[in-house]
Design a binder for this molecule. Structure first.
Ligand code: NAD
Length: 365
């Protein structure tokens, strides 16, 4: 079974397809739209190690000239250095305006490879093959590409929509459990801001050995629900002037936590989960009515490497403040009036922020 979602963007609509072992069927018609004798694959190195045989058996028959570049695993690939190498790779092998560039990997490969495709020749056709849960539900959808700068994360980049997204859940068979849990945080975010049924659908995560217990169809359906929420939000606000900010539920706290941990001892997904717990508490302190443990019941799945003593509220707030300088005069949060009713709100009462941050410290050992 496969699920198809149309993503409407100003530069044109494209389709995201989810399902188990769908790449064989879905890729040929997508590639046939570009009359090119060349094909590029930028692929996360771990994905290549696990899936080289399958990928080459699918791709080689589809192009007279296949060029493959591996993307080293890890956030360091979202760097100007790697991005330059990727652009050099494409240009030195005579990429043309109609040459498809497939990017296979998680959010790192997708963001960096996507930005290389966006900038080379002012844009060559990009196809995302997300291979992490996070990339399937989030980063491959919506057209944000980019790399990091020493001044901060994701500070260089472009809005560049792909020609198509194929989320083949067979790739997830090799994804470590910790990375599944990272993806869960973004899934719960969609449940919180838009679609309550996502909380129920995600409850398989609470089963022992959930990675092997979940059926491919349920997984594909859950991923497609998440993509649908993101597609809907992006359609309303492609360039993030308003509603797209709702996708940042939990992220104001999360970004500060990631910075406080030097992007090292906490993963983005872990930080987002903690950030959502704090944002739920802050929502209630700021007049919302957000009860129930729809998110908290997943707490046991997260295993933090950062001890409580390594963080302080003052540090967290100072990182929020430094973020604030780039955007607004006041600290702004995505809060919930009720579940599935987000709002963007400036919070003036620092005591409320401090009380909400307790939800973070309670989770750490
Ligand atoms: N563009 C956007 O809209 C957007 C949205 C959310 C996050 N992001 C970005 O996404 C990045 C995080 O993405 P991520 O969580 O996918 O991390 P990631 O790309 O670093 O992948 C996580 C790990 O899983 C490995 N991996 C990938 N696929 C695998 C597979 N199928 N089997 C085994 N191992 C595999 C990778 O090598 C890596 O070690 C961050 O840089 C974040 O800023 C972007």
């Amino acid at each position: 079974m496969s699920n198809r979602i149309i993503i409407e963007a100003l530069s044109g609509s494209y389709e995201a397809v989810t399902g188990e072992r769908i790449l064989e069927k879905e890729l040929p018609p997508l590639l046939s739209r570009f009359s090119s004798d060349k094909l590029f694959l930028l692929v996360d190195e771990k994905v290549w190690n696990f899936h080289e045989t399958r990928l080459t058996s699918i791709l080689e028959p589809l192009s007279a000239e296949l060029h493959i570049m591996q993307v080293p695993s890890g956030e360091n690939s979202k760097s100007i250095g790697f991005w330059t190498q990727a652009v050099d790779f494409l240009l030195s092998r005579q990429v043309r305006r109609n040459t498809p560039v497939i990017v296979a990997g998680g959010g790192v490969a997708g963001d960096a490879g996507g930005f290389a495709a966006a900038a080379t020749l002012r844009g060559v056709p990009l196809i995302h093959l997300p291979t992490t849960l996070l990339a399937m539900v989030d980063s491959s959808i919506g057209g944000k590409t980019g790399i990091n700068h020493e001044a901060g994360k994701n500070l260089i980049g472009a809005f560049y929509q792909p020609a198509g997204v194929i989320a083949d859940t067979a790739f997830l068979s090799t994804l470590p459990e910790r990375e599944w849990i990272n993806g869960l945080s973004e899934i719960l975010k969609y449940g919180a801001i838009r679609d309550a049924t996502i909380f129920d659908d995600a409850s398989f995560f609470l089963d022992h050995d959930f990675r092997h217990q979940v059926s491919p169809d349920s997984l594909s359906r859950l991923i497609s629900k998440c993509i649908r929420v993101k597609a809907d939000v992006v359609k309303q606000d492609e360039f993030e002037s308003g509603e797209r900010a709702f996708l940042n539920f939990g992220h104001t706290f999360a970004h500060a936590l990631e910075k406080a941990c030097s992007y090292n001892t906490i993963s983005h997904g872990e930080a987002v989960f903690l950030g959502m717990l704090a944002a739920q508490k802050l929502s209630n302190l700021e007049g919302g009515n957000v009860s129930g443990d729809f998110i908290e019941k997943f707490s046991g799945l997260y295993q933090y490497r950062v001890p409580k003593e390594a963080l302080s509220f003052n540090e967290i707030i100072s990182y929020m403040e430094s973020d604030k300088k780039r955007t607004d005069k006041q600290l702004r949060f995505v809060l919930l009036k009720e579940w599935q009713h987000p709002e963007l709100k400036s919070v003036l009462n620092y005591r409320h922020i401090e009380k909400s941050a307790e939800a973070i410290f309670e989770q750490l050992a």
